[in-house]
Structures are given as C-alpha cells and as structure tokens.
Design a protein around this ligand. Structure first.
Ligand code: HEM
Length: 149
C-alpha cells in the first residue's frame, strides 16, 4: 500500500507540508484566525466603521481572507486578488495599521501555536508596512516616486 498523502491543496505541496508540520498551521487554524480577527475588527471603535462603510456582505470577504492567508502563510496559491488597490484610497495612517496589527497579534496568540503565530505575524507586519507605503504614496502631495515606468 502506498503511504497516505497529506490532504493539501497547494501549488508547492512539499513546502506547504513542511510549513504545516513546523508551525501547526493549516486551513482550519487559518479559518479560525481570520473569523475571530475580523470579529474583533468589526467591534473595534476605530477600525470597525472603516470596514462597515465598505463591506456589506462579510461571507465573501472572509472567504477571500482565508484564501489570502492560505497563500501567504502556507504558499498554497489560493488567493488571486489585488490587495493594494483595495487599500490606497482608505482614510488611514500608520496608527490604523498599528491597531490592525495589535488585534492580529492578539488573535494569532489565541488561535495558533507559538511558531504558527510568529509565522503569520511576521508576514502581517511586512505586508502592513508595504500597504502603508502604498497608501502614503497615493495621498495628494506625496513625494514623487523615483521608480520610472
Ligand atoms: C489600516 C488597516 C487596514 C484596513 C482599514 C483595511 C481595510 C480593508 C477593507 C475595507 C477591505 C475591503 C475592500 C473592498 O472590498 O472594497 C480590505 C481588503 C483586503 N485587505 Fe485590508 N485593511 C487593512 C490592513 C490590511 C493588512 C495589514 C492586510 C494584510 C496583511 C490586509 C489584507 C487585505 C486583503 C488581502 C484584502 C482583499 C483585497 C481583494 O482581493 O479585494 N489588509 N481591507
């Protein structure tokens, strides 16, 4: 009998399997993380209204965010969206990203193993910094970029 294959939907099955065994992360853990995190975001005095003004139907957003975290954390390639355009026009500063990260760190600690939490938080911090740069660059009066097209 051949050895049992792990149940992984992935573009890079071996890397995904290695990350899963090292961090304890999988689709079920990421689903809990995402649902719990956006529950906190929606209840947050500062972030809640920004999301409420833009998201009417939360089910598709939560599904998209689980696919996003599956791609980012497990390298499954499940997410095919464009995060930058979704954020550039938002009325946010670095303080909003800090609040977002505080809630994310708290939720990661509640739902993931320590290694899993470190894995997702490191990626969230990196993406938050790059989204913040994109938001700042899109503001009127931003210093022009030196990168030529
Ligand atoms: C200040 C903090 C943030 C705010 C207020 C915010 C707000 C939003 C809103 C309102 C949307 C929905 C946009 C729409 O459908 O029209 C969205 C989408 C999304 N956000 Fe954020 N976000 C924040 C930070 C982040 C960070 C740090 C990440 C990643 C680590 C992230 C990842 C995403 C992704 C992947 C989408 C879906 C984009 C798509 O495919 O349409 N966001 N965000």
């Amino acid at each position: 009998m051949p050895p049992e294959e792990p149940d992984i939907l992935s573009a890079r099955p071996q890397m995904t399997a290695e990350i899963m065994s090292r961090t304890g992360l999988n689709e079920a853990v990421l689903t809990r993380l995402v649902h719990r995190f956006y529950g906190k975001v929606r209840a947050d005095k500062v972030l809640g209204p920004i999301f409420a003004a833009r998201i009417a139907d939360w089910d598709p957003h939560l599904q998209r965010m689980v696919a996003f975290w599956s791609s980012v954390a497990l390298m499954t390639g499940r997410y095919h969206g464009a995060p930058v355009p979704a954020h550039v026009a938002l009325p946010v500063t670095w303080d909003h990203f800090e609040r977002w990260l505080d809630l994310f760190r708290e939720t990661a600690a509640e739902t993931c193993s320590p290694a899993g939490a470190a894995h997702v938080v490191e990626r969230a911090e990196r993406i938050a910094r790059s989204l913040h740069m994109a938001v700042e660059d899109a503001k009127p009066g931003a210093i022009p970029s030196l990168i030529c097209g």
